[in-house]
Design a binder for this molecule. Structure first.
Ligand SMILES: [Zn+2]
Ligand SMILES: [Zn+2]
Length: 71
């Protein structure tokens, strides 16, 4: 299987599977600023990974009809 981020082969020992996709441990990090992620706290948005702090909030904001700065 190929890593969903760098598209190189993922071997078992370095594999993290999240959202049904394989990742290298080293690639499984926040797209925004490389924050460390765990299987418990990662967010998946448009093919990219984010930590809880940097996940895009636009969808939630639109749904609520409220404009506010993400903290
Ligand atoms: Zn990778
Ligand atoms: Zn982050």
């Amino acid at each position: 299987m190929d890593c969903s981020i760098c598209l190189k082969t993922v071997y078992f020992v370095e594999k993290v599977e999240a959202n049904g996709r394989p990742y290298h441990k080293s690639c499984f990090k926040c797209t925004e600023s490389g924050c460390r992620l765990t299987l418990a706290n990662f967010h998946y948005c448009e093919g990219r990974l984010f930590c809880p702090k940097h996940v895009p909030k636009l969808q939630a904001i639109v749904r609520l009809g409220i404009i506010q700065e993400a903290a």
